[in-house]
Design a protein around this ligand. Structure first.
Ligand SMILES: Cc1ncc(COP(=O)(O)O)c(C=O)c1O
Length: 479
């Protein structure tokens, strides 16, 4: 037989595959026993900078190198004491779903096939959970940045019907609005969409960190007077630094009144919709024109997995659909219709991300995921309380959801530069010790330790352990 890339000996392949699975189940089930993070050793760096392999080698050898040089040095986000940035952990069933999806390896641009039906089903559940109508369109994408970009691109194109054909030279200066707490995807998107970063109006947030509606009204009026075309308002369901949910209902009212596109970035906060206890905080989100959220953050699933929903599906199609003779639908056969998913985003070829969502939702159910989200919110509250009640700790900003910013603050240290140096060193020592991974940010000009809890493995004692570590390192540095 002529060679293919299949193994020559399937039995050997099978037994290596079984070993891999056993090893990965061992690694996942004992994750809490090891350090959160271990930096790659010099040996690993050396092993991972080899020349391009012109000749093959046994899969077993490659796998041995994976076990020695790759597996021990991840970012650590699968660990229960990983609290950096906003990362999810992945689930064991998500791991298996990735393997199943890879084994099938379907092209999920559309087509008359099961994978497209799985995505359709998963999207239908997500629409229902998020309070969106069933005739809204939706697409699974790589993550929050891509989901937000797609929402804003639909908004941009509906703002002026000439844009798709003639580009931006046909349109007035388009402007987009959000609070100063909006994630940096918005500048990236404005740049990619040809609007320029200067199209983004970052408006003052109020003392709770919410977009100030008066500031929004004023900015839109002024821009209109100056000949700009305001086209989109971004509401935050969970700001990256503070977990703040804007007043989405008021923003929905304002956008309806002013005929502006209302886009919600719910990268992690939209997942509160899973929680019976907290979904009320999202009131108004279901009235948005488009909504972006991630399943790879507070949905706890493996990377990469974001989702965008667009209320008026026709608009999303009108933004992305293209024609090509080789993709002409034939009414029957494998491609009876236009490629349903390729027509809703920039990708033509797409993988089977949806399987992870479909399996995860079926296996765990909405209620259990919601309860773990509730626990994360309670853990953030536990941390905030401990900070508030300790004389050497100071909270920096409200902690309404799952993000807490704080710092170590000895009574006799008042100079900001000194506090920054101390807290920076505390952070690095904790990270490098492997005890926990918080990250950092700057709140009102003050360097903060930032703890974001989107972790289904975190137990309450993990929070207590983090606080103890901050105090231990802080005291060692200052006494
Ligand atoms: C509020 C918010 N929006 C958007 C993003 C970007 O999402 P992604 O990293 O999936 O592209 C993040 C990432 O942390 C986020 O927290």
């Amino acid at each position: 037989m002529s060679p293919s890339l299949d193994p020559q000996n399937w039995d050997e392949f099978r037994s290596l595959g079984h070993r891999m699975l056993d090893d990965m189940v061992d690694a996942m089930s004992t994750i809490a026993d090891g350090p959160v993070w271990t930096p790659p050793t010099a040996e690993a760096r050396e092993a991972l900078s080899r020349a391009t392999p012109l000749q093959g080698e046994p899969l077993q050898t490659v796998y041995d190198d994976f076990v020695r040089h790759v597996l021990p040095y991840p970012t650590g986000n699968a660990h229960p004491r990983f609290f950096g940035w906003v990362m999810g952990n992945g689930t064991p069933d998500g791991m298996l779903a990735e393997m199943l999806a890879a084994a099938m390896n379907p092209h999920v641009g559309g087509y008359n096939q099961s994978a497209a039906l799985v995505e359709r089903q998963a999207l239908s559940w997500l629409r229902e959970i998020m309070g969106y109508p069933q005739d809204a369109s939706g697409l699974m994408v790589s993550g929050g940045t891509m989901a937000n970009l797609i929402g804003v691109m639909v908004a941009r194109n509906q703002a002026d019907s000439r844009i798709r054909e003639s580009g931006l030279c046909a349109a007035p200066r388009l402007t987009i609005y959000g609070s100063d707490q909006t994630h940096s995807w918005v500048e990236k998107s404005a740049d990619i969409l040809g609007l320029g970063r200067g199209a983004v109006r970052r408006l003052a947030s109020d003392e709770d960190g919410k977009l100030d509606l008066d500031a929004l009204r004023l900015a839109v009026e002024q821009d209109r007077q100056n000949g700009c075309l305001p086209f989109c308002v971004v509401g935050n369901a969970g700001t990256v630094d503070g977990g703040v949910v804007d007043d989405l209902d008021a923003l929905a009212d304002y956008c309806a009144e002013q005929q502006l596109w209302f886009h919600v970035d719910g990268a992690f906060g939209a997942l509160l919709a899973f929680s019976e206890q907290h979904r009320g905080r999202l009131e108004g989100m279901q009235r948005s024109d488009s909504l972006a959220f991630d399943l790879h953050k507070w949905g706890y699933l493996q990377y990469e997995l974001g989702c965008v929903l667009v209320r008026d599906g026709k608009q999303q199609r009108a933004t992305f659909a293209t024609e090509a003779s080789y993709l002409e639908p034939l009414g029957r056969g494998i491609q009876p219709d236009a490629l349903e998913y390729s027509a809703l985003g920039p990708q033509l070829s797409r993988g089977f991300r949806a399987l992870r969502v479909w399996m995860g939702l079926r296996h765990h159910g909405v209620h259990k995921i919601g309860q773990i989200i509730d626990r994360n919110v309670a853990q953030a509250q536990r941390l905030a309380d401990q900070v508030d009640h300790h004389p050497l700790l100071e909270r920096l900003g409200p902690a309404p959801l799952n993000v807490v910013c704080f710092r170590f603050r000895p009574a006799d240290t008042t100079i900001e530069a000194d506090l920054k140096a101390i807290n920076r060193e505390i952070l690095l020592r904790i990270q490098e010790s492997g005890e926990a991974i918080p990250s950092s940010t700057v709140r009102n000009g003050r360097f903060a330790l930032r703890v974001a809890i989107t972790n289904h493995r975190t137990q309450d004692q993990d929070i207590d352990q983090l606080v103890a570590a901050v105090l231990r390192h802080g005291q060692a540095l200052t006494t």
